[in-house]
Structure formats: C-alpha cells, structure tokens
Design a protein around this ligand. Structure first.
Ligand SMILES: Nc1ncnc2c1ncn2[C@@H]1O[C@H](COP(=O)(O)OP(=O)(O)OP(=O)(O)O)[C@@H](O)[C@H]1O
Ligand SMILES: [Mg+2]
Length: 273
C-alpha cells in the first residue's frame, strides 16, 4: 500500500504550495484515476508517489518505506514505475529490446534473467514482433506500449501513468487503454492514472479530484463519472453517454444519470417502452 499522510509540497521557486495536506491511500491491485485542471498538482503528486518529490511536511510511505529516508529511494523507484506523456523522451536505445533491457541491466541482473524479463514484458504489451525495430519507426501507441514494457521489465508493484495517452490518436489511446485493464487483472498491479480522457477513467476503481493542490473530492469512478457538474468543474466535459442522457431527459425522458455504458442505456430505454 502507498499511504500519504498530511503531505504538502512547495517547489523551491514556487510561489504557493503545489500540494497541500494530501491524505490518500493507494491499495494493492486497484486502478486509481487522478483528475484536475492544469496546474492543480497532478504531476507533482505522481512524483511524490515514486519518491522523486519528497513532501515538505507530512509523509509518504510505499509498502512501509518512507520516501523521506534517502536509502529507501532506490527501492521505491523500483516499486513505483512512472510513465510520462511523451514516449519519445523516454527512449534511451536504438532498438526496442535494448530499450526494454535498459532498466533490468541497471539492476545488475544476469543476462538470461534480463532476456526473460524483456521477452515477457514485450509479450505483455503485444510488441514481441517489434523487438528488433528502432523505436522511431513505431506509431505513438506502439511507442507508449514499449515504454510500458520497459517499466514492466523492472517488475514494479505500482505503475503511475501521467497522461499516458495525451499525445496519442484514438487508435493509440485504445491500445494503451486495453493494456491497463490487463495489467490490473493479470499482473495484479496497482495503477495510478492521471488523465483528461473519460473513457480511460472509466477503467478506474476510484477517482481523486485535485484542485489547487488539494483533494477536492474522492469517490468511486462510477459515482464520480456520472456527475457531469463535478466533471465540468474539473475541466472535463462529461462522458458522451452522459451528455446524451442529459439531452434525452431535457426532451422529457427520465433516465438515471448514473448510466455509463451504451448497453445499460439500451436496457433502460427498452424498459421505458
Ligand atoms: N519545477 C517546478 N518549479 C516550480 N513550480 C513548479 C514546478 N513544476 C510545477 N510547478 C508548479 O506546481 C503547480 C502544480 O504543477 P503540476 O505540474 O503538478 O500540475 P498538473 O496538474 O500536472 O498540470 P498539467 O495538467 O498542466 O500537467 C503549478 O502551479 C506549477 O506551476
Ligand atoms: Mg501534469
């Protein structure tokens, strides 16, 4: 479990705290979504989780390891992998498999173990056929999948994804989205995803809404995604289906606003007939 207690953080040059009095637990094997407007502190929170940012006050513990203790930070970075939005800035090698091997090599593992980890990680993201490709020949979605493989090869327990599909086209978004669900179900990872993409957030178990460095609200993603008013305040438009329900209700229907999938809506409409 990752536990954050009364954590605040102010950047050395920051005028006001980027995070204020954060209290949050991240459990094993859950997907936690983080939403909020620009500059609300989402990326700072991501870096707080893997020990790159150390709280100015309060504390962060990853499986009982406090990030305030310098000796813990190596292990914390191994446990908590961080993926950023731009895949291109995350490649260090000219070959997909070498790139995925980079992390495990730095751990000083035996070559046979590295080989095994690289092959398994590439299979997990369905990129094994591209092992010998240079990363620049890949599509955005494929690049991001290779970056995810690079993180998986480190065998993390938690994966923090900071707007992982922001730069991707709809196909790329879909590819990455599919993998997130699989990682939770098959690998038992905890995933923390920062996103402005509601379809992506639908996969989350819980959502946290950050505003001006504070947690404004947290709830199950089902409850929160059904609240178009909250989503608008968080700078998100609301799911397409919620807007459709809003319009149907303005036209005289009485459809519950917590319907989040087309199949549920169809069922409800059939019931109404
Ligand atoms: N390196 C830094 N030095 C000083 N202030 C910073 C630094 N990085 C971020 N900040 C400030 O901290 C606050 C939170 O920034 P952060 O990047 O965490 O927001 P965010 O929610 O990730 O925004 P976005 O949606 O634009 O990615 C902002 O006011 C920002 O200006
Ligand atoms: Mg950010």
């Amino acid at each position: 479990m990752i536990s954050i207690r009364n954590a605040s953080y102010c950047y050395p040059q920051g005028e006001r705290p980027a995070l204020r009095n954060i209290n949050l637990d991240i459990r094993e094997n859950e997907i936690l979504g983080i939403i909020g407007r620009n500059a609300s502190g989402k990326s700072t929170l991501a870096r707080l989780l893997n020990g790159v940012v150390i709280p100015s006050t309060g504390q962060v513990e990853i499986d009982g390891l406090s990030s305030a203790i310098p000796e813990n930070r190596g292990l914390i970075k191994q446990k908590v992998a961080l993926l950023l939005a731009e895949p291109d800035n995350q490649f260090v090698s000219n070959l997909v498999e070498e790139d995925v091997a980079f992390g495990p090599e730095n751990l000083g593992l035996a070559p046979s173990e590295i080989r095994r980890r690289v092959d398994t990680a590439l299979q997990m993201v369905s990129m094994e056929d591209y092992a010998k490709y240079p990363p620049y020949l890949l599509s955005g979605g494929q690049k991001q999948r290779v970056c995810i493989a690079g993180l998986l090869a480190m065998r993390p327990k938690y994966m923090v994804l900071d707007e992982p599909t922001a730069m991707l086209d709809p196909q790329g978004k879909k590819e990455v989205r599919k993998i997130l669900g699989e990682l939770k179900e098959q690998e038992g990872l905890s995933i923390i995803i920062i996103s402005h993409d509601l379809e992506e957030l639908l996969q989350a178990d819980r959502l946290v809404w950050l505003e001006q460095g504070q947690i404004k609200l947290q709830d199950s993603s089902r409850n929160l995604l059904a609240r178009v008013d909250v989503l608008r305040n968080a700078g998100l438009g609301g799911l397409e289906i919620s807007r459709l329900i809003e319009q149907l209700n303005m036209a005289g229907y009485d459809i519950p606003s917590d319907i989040l999938s087309p199949s549920e809506l169809v069922e409800e409409l059939c019931r109404l007939r």
